[in-house]
Structures are given as structure tokens and as C-alpha cells.
Design a binder for this molecule. Sequence first.
Ligand code: AGP
Length: 608
Amino acid sequence: MCGIVGFVGKSEASPILIEGLSKLEYRGYDSAGIAVMENEDLKVIKCKGRLANLQNKLNECPIKGEIGIGHTRWATHGEPSDVNSHPHSNGKGTVSVVHNGIIENYLYLREKLMSKGYEFLSDTDTEVIPNLVDYYYDGDLLEAVMKAVSKMEGSYAIVVISTKEPDKLIAVRKDSPLIVGVGKEEYFIASDIPAVLNHTRDVYLLEDKEFVVLTREGIELFTEDREKINKEIYHVTWNADAAEKGGYEDFMLKEIHEQPKAIRDTMTSRITLNNPVVLDKINMEESYAKNIEKIYIVACGTAYHAGVIGKYAIEKLSRTTVEVDIASEFRYRNPIINDKTLVIVISQSGETADTLAVLRESKRKGCRVIAVTNVVGSSVSREADDVLYTWAGPEIAVASTKAYVTQLIAMYIIAIHLAELKGSTKTEELEEIKKEMLKLPEKAEEVLKHKEALQKFASKTYMHRDMFFLGRGLDYAVAMEGSLKLKEISYIHSEAYAGGELKHGPIALIENGTVVISLLTQRELQDKMVSNIREVVTRGAKVMAITSEDNKNMEKIADSVIYIPKTLDILSPVLSVIPLQLIAYYMAKQKGCDVDKPRNLAKSVTVE
Ligand code: AGP
């Protein structure tokens, strides 16, 4: 979503801010801007559109100064426009602010300020912040920011700069991420780590309502009661290159290729043969596991699709009832949950607003919450009772790929863990699953070798306006993910159906030339799926089948076949999703789409 960068040091701030913002482009944005202190005068340049537009403006009118703030905005209140872009300033131009999140009571605050003579230029909620800070300023900027924040309701990560105290930046967060980068005589503030990685790997992860003051001399952290905080530095172990394209044309393609490593990393030190799974940040007692009455898995988008696989795996191995739900639905339907309900939330970013709301509501109702997330220090990781990190590394492309497969691994790990605690599945069967899991990275490498065939398929089919994905059981869950991937990056309409549902309506849409991508990896359901494929072939559909390498019969029925290496049925989604990701990728490329930043989408949906 929106991105924040701030800098204090002895170098020119503008290029550092622009470079930092460019590392956050993946979050999605529609306008950008910076404010830099030039000789105790606050200079603001901002505009609608990409960062290149901002750079052009800066070239025409450079700003010199060694302290500043920058922002990329994804519109919520007010359309994308120059005036709605951040930073926002008070009328006198003495305070500028960048802000991520939403100030829910901004209309009330705005009216109050207007009644005191303040004027507003934009449609944004953010504009109340610099005016509030100005209103409360009485010789102490930190005090003024604290007072302003105490009046604000909603979510925010803000950074404030002011001519009143031109040597400092002041920042605070609530329900929106913010980190502080600690360099040598230079300090950074950002909404995400990649923005500072070219300068430092030492960061502080700010908690809600922690205030930070950054000057050239250093950093001071305060509670909202202005007590000093001592915080441990978090050392980032992945380097800046990990957040760059590394020779691939797009982040998405790079991330698809990183899947074997991501799968391996997520299993490392957790899955070993002849040992129970080891989960460092989950401390579940046997008695607790045996008393769970119901498990809910709740998430959004791709993470939800991983949850659907989680349901199959957990129910099969732990014999506990599992329901999967979409976070935005779950949170508003007053679900029947209590201290015997285990809630598992899945979120790559760990910042998704609906998922976070589910986590909080579940905790409020006494449930234990496990968070499965990819981002260390993210909101869900901090607020959940237990955390299982997916070690996929930073995922930059908006379309989730490597995070999804690692979420699947996390689901299997939790399923095995519960089964071990409950004794619900024979040890030999669990050992067999672990053995096969450890082979998945190599097998995923094998699947990636089909890229040329998939590219060819895409080049023949990308002009189609509609496509269908079919599967049964776990294959249906993967079909849903394949369909979402295709929609979000290629803008081709597609639907996923459970094979058995065809006759109940969707088959009416099948006509000569309709493209159907079908999955057949579940041995027990194979014959049923073959019947479904025959039904669509008879009506003229062109079928691509994705199936296990031992199922050569498919060549007689489907127009093209992609084989995935043999594995256990329960684990096949980790492999069968890869061709679907590549199909979506190549279709989007054929159409000339920006695969990393699809239209209308943002990487991290931190507002409802
Ligand atoms: C995935 O390709 C999507 N862009 C999207 O559905 C995503 O999975 C969803 O917004 C949830 O995000 P999260 O995992 O960061 O919570």
C-alpha cells in the first residue's frame, strides 16, 4: 500500500528519499512526494503518477537539504492527484507529514480545526495531522506530535518534519508498520525494510504508540508517556540483492524460481526424520491439542487458498474439524468461537487489515491464535499467541507465489504437529509424509523445467477472454489459486470449479474452443475427473491437464499435458500450483501487462 521513507544525516536527502521510495514501489502507489528542509525552510514537491514524474519535477527544481521525508500514496481518501499526494503541510508550511493508514475521526478533527481558522486544501484524512501538530506546538515538537496523536483515531504510521525544530524527524505508529534504520551518523525511518537496506541492516522494529525522534546525533525512543525506551536492534540477514530482481525480468518470475529454496528454508530445522516437528514459536501442550473442539483458518486472497489446503491436511492428519473463512467475512458474522477454538491466521505481509481484525476479535473471545506469516515483527506476528514464520524471504511482486507454497508447508507442519500431539495418525504415516516433504524442493525444480512448454501454451491462448480451472479435492483448492493468479496479473477472466459442480451450471458456458485447465493429482478422484474432462472435450473445450508423471493416460484425452513428479496426494498442491503460476505469468507477459504491479492492486492491504 503506501510507502514511507525519512532520512537524517550528512548527505543530500532527496536522492536517498527517492531511492528508498523506489524500493517500496512494489507496495503499489498512485502518487509520490518528498519534503526536505532547505536552510530551515520546508520545501515540498509532490505529484500524481510514478516516481519518475517526481524525479522530473526535482530535476527542474532541485531541493538541497540533509533531512527529509518521502511517501508513495495509494489513494483511500480522495482521488489520486497532486494535491492529495503526501507530504501534507499546514497552511503556513511549517509542518509536513507523511502518513500510512486512515484517520477515522478526521472529519471531526477537520471541523474543529476549521472552527479555529485552519484551512484545508486536499480531500485527505492526513491533512489534519500537520494542522493538529501546528495547533498543539508550544515550543516542543515531540509534545505537539504526542498531543496530536492522542486526538487521532484509526491506524497510522506517521513521520513529521517542522521548521520549528528543523534538525529532527518525529515518527510514531499504530496498526501500520514502521521501522528505524540505524546507519553511521545517518538514520532512516521507513514503512518497510527494503527501503533502507542499501544503507544499513540494523533496524529497530517500532511497536504501536512508540515515538521516535531522529536527529544527526542519534535516535531516541519514547513511550506515549514520554518515558525512554531501550530497544534491541534487529539485524537483517537478507541483503539488498534479495529484494532486487537478481537477473530475472520481473520479481514475480524470480520469486517463482525461488520456490524450491523457500520450501526448503521453511522446513529447515523443523522437519527431520524420526523426530517430532520442532516449532520454536509454538508452545502447544498435548492436553491443549486434545481439547481443541474446532479450528478456524482465516485469511484473505492467496493466503485463504493456502488455508483451504490447510483444512484438508489438518482434518486428515489430526482428525479435528476445520473451517476456513475469508477474513472480511469472518470478522462481521459473529462466529461461534471460544477458548476451545484454535484460530490460525495466515498473512504473507502480516499487516492485512481484515486478518489482523480477526486475530484481535478471536483473542478477545478467548481463542488461542497462531499466526502464519512471512514478515518478522509484523503486526500479526506480534499480536498472536504463537507464530510460525514462513521463510520465503521478501516477496515483492504483488501476486503471491513463493509465499503461497511456504504457507502450504506451514499448513502441513501444523497438521503434523497436531497429529503428533493427539496421536491421531500412525507415526509411520507421518514419517512418510515428512520424507516426501523433504524431497519437495528438488521436485519443484523439476516442475520449473516445464517453463518453455507453458510459455508456448500461453502464447497460443493469451487472446482468450475467459478460461476455466477444474479440479476435485485438493486440486480444486489449487485451481482456485491458479484462477486468482491469472485474473490478477493477466486480467483474463477465469473461474475455478470443483469437477462435480460442472453439471450444476458452469457446463453451460463450455463451447467450441473454451480453454479448460484441469488438475488431476488426487488418485482416488482421478476417474471422476477424467469423466469431467470428457464432458468438456465433447463440447469442444481445449484442455490442458496437469497430472502426476505416472498418469500417461491423459495424453489420449487432453490437448496438452504437464507432468509433475510423483509425490503423496496430500503434498501435490506444492508442485501443481507452479505450472499455474507460470501460465498466469506468461499470459500476462504476452499481453504486455506489468506483472509485478498489476492495475488496481496493492501488495499489502492495510485498510479495509
Ligand atoms: C495474492 O496474489 C494477492 N495479491 C492477495 O490475494 C494476497 O494474498 C492477500 O491480499 C493477502 O495478503 P497477506 O497474505 O499479506 O495477508
